[in-house]
Design a protein. Structure first.
Length: 540
């Protein structure tokens, strides 16, 4: 594995214009002409369907020619259509079986293996041999990209594939950590293999790859120049000026955000994003899956740091984006993953709004009420809402991992322990503010209110009510992100309700926001137009 000192305080790239190709249905029919004339003949003893054989030859030719336009369609459309047709529940042809077909091209075989093992992970149950082999292939891939000390590689791949390489690399690391923790179900052979190969999916190796890609691409320097002005080419250097390195470096920042969240270090997770601006100009916005992943983990880190206002803003933004662009990615092979992540974010948003009520986009709020309206009501009922918080947290949180190997001598399954630990941390925070929504509901009814009267409403001692009022003040003051680093922000109130206590009397001031009637009218105009359109169709 590539070893080189890395520095955390680096990341942001200038705009990269890579082609976007519409992936049509050209791979759906067997009659397609892949223009394979002049390419090596296929060994007859290997049983590979003719269409798959031609596809691999076509794939290899475009990788060799660095044809990103066609590679986009091949990757997003051709591979997935042939998978559905020939390998829905079985592996693609073994890399050794197609090596002769592509003249033993080492670069193409590394890329093919990346897709080959990813398919096994998604459609089958990988064996320990598959896990080790996939890790070794990633080592080969990143060594090929990083070990060139004089000239950058001329390899070119579509944006989506580059993101998927980083995304899958982290997913397989996460999957291996959970697999390794289930000692009870392991055979002696598996345990021996795990003991012999402590380097496989080692957390230090994974972090080293991501930090090395960031350092090699000089993406931190590029992001700083992009924000503050300067010479982008000078900041990028020979490697960072190439799309391959620039995008892999940028996506590695998002990968580090995810890894540190999985390890439970939310401050470091947001620190890695300090040079990335959360706006539509960010490179993450060019790949929908990356866009969704970025906001999911940023929002989750905010939530676990008790920055509910920032978490709500992050979740609401990306959920509105997904709802508005849903029609454009329904045919994407990642549509199901994006939809599942959206469901999780609606659950996280419901929890954050219950803990820190505030106004959000009307469309997002309506969808959230449809999905989690009943749970939202339960979460505002004090002790009764605790099981609902636990249920939604388990559904919506990432699958946390332990970075260290378990004790293989103790036959227990500890794969869920990291998640339970994070759940206990979150629930401890929730318990400290159980009465905040109830107190808020009473204070909204008055301009002045006696402490004893509030104590009678809450059925609590007066001294306990004073303590809870201090808790209310504390929990409704949060750090809020405006611009710059996502980790920074100014402290301020997050509620429209303010009060102060003078002796035994509470003085309350509520600042009401004006209703956004424009959105209300636009939404109902659109509904009316849909009704009229449907009626006209019926009459026709």
């Amino acid at each position: 594995m590539y070893q080189e000192p890395y520095d955390e305080d680096e990341v942001r790239a200038d705009e990269v214009e890579l082609p976007t190709v519409y992936a049509g249905d050209e791979y759906a029919e067997e009659e397609i002409d892949y223009q394979t004339e002049g390419l090596p003949a296929f060994a007859p003893e290997i049983q590979i369907p003719e269409l798959v054989r031609n596809f691999i030859l076509h794939f290899h030719r475009n990788v060799t020619e660095r044809n990103v336009w066609d590679l986009h369609a091949i990757y997003e459309n051709g591979w997935n259509k042939l998978t559905e047709k020939f390998y829905p529940k079985t592996a693609w042809p073994d890399p050794e079986a197609i090596a002769g077909l592509v003249n033993d091209d080492p670069v193409f075989l590394i890329l093919y293996k990346e897709l080959y093992y990813r398919h096994i992970y998604s459609k089958m149950t990988p064996t320990i041999e598959d896990r080790i082999a996939s890790y070794s292939n990633y080592c080969d891939l990143f060594n090929y990209i990083l070990n060139s000390s004089t000239e950058p590689s001329d390899l070119e791949l579509p944006n989506q594939w580059l993101w998927d390489i980083i995304d899958e690399f982290i997913y397989q690391f996460q999957s291996f950590c959970m697999y390794r923790s289930k000692v009870k179900n392991k055979s002696e052979i598996e345990i021996e293999l795990l003991k012999e190969r402590p380097d496989v999916w080692n957390v230090h190796n994974v972090l080293n790859v991501l930090y090395s890609l960031i350092q090699k691409s000089r993406i931190n320097e590029q992001l700083l120049v992009s924000k503050n002005g300067g010479d982008m080419l000078e900041a990028a250097g020979d490697f960072g000026s190439r799309p391959l390195y620039r995008l892999l470096g940028y996506f590695s920042i998002i990968g580090l955000l995810r890894v540190h969240c999985l390890l439970g270090d939310y401050v470091l997770a947001l620190k890695t994003m300090e040079n990335v601006e959360l706006n539509k100009k960010g490179l993450f916005a060019r790949v929908t899956a990356c866009h969704v992943t970025t906001y999911y983990y940023v929002g989750f880190a905010y939530m676990m740091m008790r920055r509910y206002s920032d978490a709500i803003k992050a979740f609401a933004h990306i959920l509105l984006f997904v709802s508005r662009t849903k029609q454009y990615h329904t045919r994407s092979y990642q549509f199901e993953a994006i939809s599942k992540k959206s469901e999780q974010m609606y659950a996280l948003l419901a929890m954050c709004v219950a803990l820190s009520p505030q106004r959000i986009d009307e469309n997002v709020h309506t969808t959230m009420r449809e999905k989690y309206g009943e749970q939202s009501m339960k979460m505002q009922r004090g002790e009764e809402g605790l099981p609902t918080f636990e249920e939604l947290f388990n559904f919506a949180c990432p699958k946390f991992i332990s970075p260290v190997p378990p004790d293989y001598e103790v036959a227990v399954n500890a794969s869920h322990e990291p998640t339970r630990h994070q759940q206990r941390i979150f629930m401890a925070e929730v318990r400290t503010q159980l009465l905040v929504p109830t107190i808020r509901s009473f204070l909204k009814l008055y301009t002045t209110l006696g402490v004893e009267k509030l104590a009678a409403f809450l059925d609590l001692p007066v001294d306990e009510v004073r303590t809870q009022l201090l808790v209310f003040k504390h929990k409704t003051r949060q750090r809020r992100y405006e611009s710059g680093s996502v980790l920074e922000g100014d402290f301020g109130p997050t509620t429209d309700l303010d009060f102060y206590l003078k002796q035994d009397l509470i003085y309350i001031a509520e600042s009401k926001q004006g209703r956004r009637v424009g959105e209300w009218f636009i939404r109902h105009i659109n509904k009316f137009e849909d009704i009229v359109s449907n009626m006209e169709k019926r009459h026709e």
